[in-house]
Ligand binder design. Structure first.
Ligand SMILES: [Zn+2]
Length: 310
């Protein structure tokens, strides 16, 4: 028995550090168009195993240098991303862009300094106000993967419009709905649309800062762009409207479910028990994200319903 216990202690002692010592996100730059690469994250929530590798990030190699779009969830992620970029090119980092202020999209910024880091005005403000809090939360959720990570606030306010960088015509489109400030980057040269978290694909959307009515408007605008490849914030890229339509369909169902619940005077717990339609059964994390969305959005929708009734 003592030997058995001793073996168990040794196993726990050695297996944890050995696993953790690697801290390898396994990033692998996938080409999606000319000079354009993508890192596809897991369709999971943050945990100690994935270390926060749950997001899509990418980069475009232009004649003037590399444009990086989103930097992942930690300093380590950013460093490993940079190492992968260096396997493709030695060109300098021309610019880093953060699509919005959620931690899995900007906490790798540190690794790219002193390159300029740009984001929309609202995103810069969001990172300034909440960046440290987000980083602390991720320490709790992913542990040592986050070691040495600090929130780096973008130093450039990105103006919506078109910027020509080294042979690529990039269109910066200011939208909102997933958060109060969401950027889509459309490379008119290659037809690649980086949609940020305005579009999720086969992974249930998240809503901690969502404004659904604005999100629908944003999806309509994205759907009109002549893109060849759409990179969602989470999930695999697509070359058609399917990911936009899936995001819109789920968001519409979510809002309708919450409104119906409020009209019937249901409690949050009762709304959480709503049966999920079969067409959403394949979305990763659908049950847990529904519960989170009820917490995020139901109080606001109940308030609106009460106003209508009074
Ligand atoms: Zn987000």
């Amino acid at each position: 028995m003592r030997r058995l216990l001793g073996g168990l202690v040794l196993f726990i002692f050695f297996s944890q550090p050995l696993f953790a010592a690697k801290f390898d996100y396994g990033l692998n730059a996938k080409p999606v168009a000319d000079n354009t690469y993508l890192f596809i994250g897991k369709k999971e929530d943050f945990n100690f195993q994935n270390g926060g590798n749950i997001v899509n990030s990418g980069f475009i190699i232009t004649d003037e240098g590399v444009v990086v779009i989103d930097t992942g969830s930690s300093r380590r992620y950013g460093e490993q991303m940079l190492a992968e970029i260096r396997k493709q090119t030695n060109k300098p980092i021309f610019k880093v862009i953060n699509t919005h202020h959620h931690p899995d999209h900007f906490l790798g910024n540190q690794a790219f300094k002193p390159a300029p880091i740009a984001a929309l005005k609202g995103t810069v403000k969001g990172i300034k106000n909440s960046g440290d809090m987000f980083a602390e939360n991720l320490y709790r959720m992913t542990g040592d993967w986050m070691r040495g990570t600090e929130a780096v606030v973008p130093d450039i306010t990105l103006q919506p419009g078109i910027e020509e960088i080294g042979g690529h015509e990039l269109e910066y489109i200011e939208l909102s709905g997933h958060t109060g400030s969401d950027l889509a980057v459309f490379d008119r040269t290659t037809g690649v649309l980086f949609a940020g978290d305005l579009v999720f694909h086969n992974r249930t959307l998240t809503t901690p800062h969502a404004i659904p009515e604005k999100w629908f408007v944003a999806l309509d605008k994205l759907a009109k762009l002549p893109f060849k490849v759409l990179i969602p914030g989470h999930g695999e890229p697509v070359s058609d409207l399917s990911a936009i339509e899936q995001t819109r369909d789920y968001l519409r169902w979510l809002v309708t479910t919450l409104e119906n619940g409020a009209n019937k005077g249901l409690s949050m717990n009762e709304v959480m028990q709503t049966e999920i339609p079969a067409r959403f059964a394949g979305l990763a994390l659908v049950k847990s994200e529904l519960n989170r969305s009820v917490v995020h959005l139901y109080p606001g929708i109940e308030k609106k319903t009460l106003h209508k009734l009074n």
